[in-house]
Design a protein around this ligand. Structure first.
Ligand code: AHR
Length: 312
């Protein structure tokens, strides 16, 4: 049955009858792996049949997966969109098939009427929190920042950059001197950081690294160590996600701060779908998850222990 039909009268359908298509971006980061694990766990707990598709970072694979889910007549589609643009046609197809789509963790530029809701954090705010941490930390001292951006064209890369720039605006002591994508991966984070170090007097002219995710920061930490510098001291490090490996680095004094992004996007998404199926309740268009800052003062060793088994 279509979601609209279910919403209008057969909301008592058993959870076991629900088929959910999940178009995941890939496995570029520890955070992404945890989101996949938690989505599977949530689906299993609720008795859903979850059909999982790994797009390996390619939008065309996601579009093909959504078309396949529509052809299969699934009850709902979860979409973590790799980039923000280019979704109108395929979302329109799902809409015409009356299959609700819920966006997870990244946003699209399409008309909001084409999806039921989006679950995610305020990505601009995350960048602001990271930037404000640095403003406070350097307390007026000169600071040359290098930036590792996320996947080009993705909403977190766009918004986290904007938020950080907003936070440092008006603080002329802080300047972003180099900025390049590391595609949210550890390997590219290391590689790009190596080139920043080479271009910046062996790294000695870099005061801080802002990485749009923890995995790139972890790769960069390795590059900093290989250059004979001490990460967390010679170069301050602030990033986003709060994955176990960044807490291990913080506990070792090699990273300074991270902004949490919860990997449990599926829980609120399924809650919204269940209310919609039950009686047609339309959720808010954006269901916001919390973002909080962790520093070395926040028991990073304990945070590592608490998270290490969550599929990161
Ligand atoms: O969209 C969320 C971002 O995607 C996470 O910060 C990053 O780790 C992931 O790859």
């Amino acid at each position: 049955a279509s979601a609209a039909a279910l919403a209008l009268g057969s909301g008592a359908a058993m959870a076991q009858d629900r088929v959910i298509g999940f178009s995941q971006i890939g496995s570029e980061s520890g955070w992404r792996a945890a989101e996949t694990t938690l989505t599977r766990m949530q689906a299993e707990e609720r008795g859903y049949d979850l059909r999982f598709s790994d797009a390996q970072q390619r939008q065309e694979n996601q579009i093909a997966a959504i078309r396949s889910f529509v052809a299969q007549g699934v009850d709902a589609i979860l979409l973590a969109p790799v980039v923000a643009t280019g979704w109108d046609s395929v979302l329109q197809e799902a809409h015409e098939a009356e299959i609700p789509v819920v966006l997870l963790d990244r946003m699209v530029d399409s008309d909001p009427s084409l999806y039921l809701t989006a679950v995610g954090s305020d990505l601009v705010h995350e960048g602001e929190v990271a930037g404000q941490w640095l403003v406070d930390e350097v307390a007026g001292e000169e600071c040359r920042v290098v930036e590792l951006q996320g996947t080009t064209g993705s909403s977190p890369a766009i918004d986290r950059k904007t938020g950080f720039e907003q936070a440092i605006a008006g603080h002329d002591n802080i300047q972003i001197v180099r900025s390049q994508t590391g595609d949210f991966t550890r390997a590219l984070g290391k590689e790009v950081m190596e080139s920043f170090i080479q271009a910046e007097n062996g790294g000695r002219d870099i005061c801080a690294l802002y990485a749009h995710n923890d995995d790139m920061a972890v790769g960069a930490i390795q590059a900093i160590k290989e250059a004979g510098l001490t990460p967390g001291e010679d170069i301050l490090i602030v990033s986003i996600d709060a994955v176990p490996d960044i807490f291990a680095a913080m506990a070792a004094g090699e990273a300074n701060a991270t902004v949490e992004l919860t990997p449990n996007m599926a829980g609120p998404a399924f809650d919204a779908l269940e209310a919609f199926w039950a009686d047609g309740t339309e959720p808010e268009k954006f269901i916001q998850t919390e973002s909080r800052l962790y520093t070395q003062a926040d028991d990073p060793a304990g945070e590592y222990e608490a998270r290490k088994d969550l599929g990161y």
